[in-house]
Design a protein around this ligand. Structure first.
Ligand code: 4AD
Ligand code: MG
Length: 437
């Protein structure tokens, strides 16, 4: 039994192979049947010729329903006309199970229905393509940091206090009357590991309890966060543009087929290369106000606020590559940001807005390294000082300039796939109204 997976059939042209999988789809024309067989690695079209197979094989195929599990034996033939370039001349089939009527059929379904059946929806070509791009993004992320001198540091998921603001935390009971919060970011711990190891990154699930329903929000998402000792804001921006370019290149190199399945216009991605435009917040505000005056943006943006989704979309659609907006007002950013020495009302931070209107994919910057300033910020943000004593220690024992950023894997995947909504970029999305399946 020459077992293979569909991805590798090209190595078996002219040979008889066994494929274990499911029936994706089938059409028939009396004496011929064309079952589409999928096995998770790909889809291949089978050809069953009534005249050439035993009666039982023909009648088994006639009984098969969508998603029936089957083990198929056949000869691999190269055929340019076949989808995928190869066909399987079926010799025999073993039926593992005739599936009950599959809820998801090739016709159109509403998105809520598909989300309720996410565990089954994952079997579609589109989901296969999107989640393969996601896996490629993750592989690229690890390769980039592992081969550029960064050490992986896993930071905790149970944390005693907020990192990104107190209103967006998931609280859990943590033994005798103590409370813990699911992490929003590994950054604060990363700052400690950066002092110990120089260049580090953490990568894991993060949690945000904002009651946001936008197409960019998940309550649970995966974030990768590099942190670099002695890096200043410009170094953080250099790193961000090299990093994003590397990921885009990798996906273009290895996932063309998937991008084609998604009908992604890759010419837009091909253009992505350093340097990315760097736009100071002040200038971004001017652009938004001009857009409003020209009638291109409904609401007039006032200096001092944080950008909303329509603002980010407008800004990022003005450039053919990701744009790095830096130096937002300190007041709208997290407590740990370093103030600009020349204009302390601005933070030394950067948001990278993906191209084609996709909005923020990266947020980061340089960290405040002055003990007095940080203490003031912790009080101003109403954070419990006792939870941060260890963090403040980093400013007592060899404080150092440092910075880094966080990138959401699903935001990045949404952009690279060119799709509408973030919910399809993680196998089982967690959102405001979705905890199942
Ligand atoms: O901008 P954020 O909140 O930054 C931080 O958490 C920093 N502590 C990171 C750092 O400097 N080490 O989040 C970083 C990125 C965003 O740019 C976005 O890609 C993603 O995380 N992100 C989300 N992705 C999906 N759903 C959400 N609710 C997200 N919130 C942030
Ligand atoms: Mg942000």
């Amino acid at each position: 039994m020459n077992q293979t997976c569909i991805r590798d059939v090209s190595k078996h042209v002219g040979q008889e192979v066994t494929i274990k999988g499911w029936l994706y789809n089938s059409r028939s024309s009396g004496k011929l049947m064309f079952p589409q067989i999928r096995d998770g690695s790909g889809i291949i079209q089978g050809v069953v010729f009534k005249k050439n197979v035993p009666e039982r094989v023909w009648s088994d195929f006639e009984k098969l329903t969508q998603e029936s599990s089957i083990i198929v034996r056949g000869n691999v033939r190269a055929d340019e006309r076949a989808p995928g370039g190869f066909e399987l001349d079926v010799v025999d089939v073993e039926v593992v199970q005739i599936a009950e009527p599959f809820p998801i059929t090739p016709k159109e379904h509403g998105v809520e229905f598909l989300m309720d059946n996410r565990h089954l929806w994952l079997r579609s070509k589109r989901q296969h393509a999107i989640l393969s791009v996601r896996a490629e993004v993750i592989r690229a992320v690890r390769d980039f940091f592992d081969s550029n001198g960064f050490l992986l540091m896993d930071t905790p998921i149970f944390t005693p206090a907020a990192c990104e603001g107190t209103t967006t935390l998931f609280e859990v009971d943590y033994f005798e009357d103590a409370k813990a919060y699911l992490t929003q970011s590994g950054q604060l711990y990363n700052e400690a590991t950066a002092a110990a190891f120089g260049k580090v990154y953490c990568f894991g699930p993060t949690f945000r309890a904002e009651k946001s329903k936008t197409r960019r929000h998940l309550t649970e998402f995966w974030m990768v966060e590099p942190e670099v000792a002695y890096a200043e804001l410009n170094d953080v921006m250099d790193l961000a543009e090299q990093f994003l370019t590397f990921i885009v290149q990798r996906v273009l190199e290895n996932r063309r087929k998937e991008l084609a399945e998604l009908e992604r216009d890759t010419s837009k991605l091909e253009k992505i290369a350093p340097p990315f435009p760097r736009l100071q917040y002040d200038d971004a505000v001017k652009m938004l106000q001009e857009a409003h005056d020209k009638g291109e943006l409904e609401a007039r943006f006032e200096w001092g606020g944080d950008f909303g989704a329509p603002d980010e979309t407008y800004l990022s659609s003005q450039f053919d590559r990701p744009v790095m907006v830096h130096r937002y007002p300190t007041a709208v950013k997290a407590f740990y940001m370093k103030p600009d020495p020349e204009r302390p009302e601005l933070a030394m931070c950067v948001d990278v807005l993906a191209s084609e209107g996709y909005g923020e994919v990266i947020g980061g910057g340089q960290r405040a390294d002055d003990l007095e300033y940080l203490l003031k910020q912790i009080h101003a943000h109403g954070l419990p000082e006792e939870s941060f004593d260890w963090y403040l220690d980093l400013r007592k024992y060899g404080t150092f300039p440092h910075g880094g950023f966080g990138m959401g894997i699903e935001r990045c995947t949404t952009w690279l796939c060119g799709i509408e909504h973030i919910r399809e970029t993680i196998p089982f999305p967690r959102m405001l109204y979705r905890l199942k399946p």
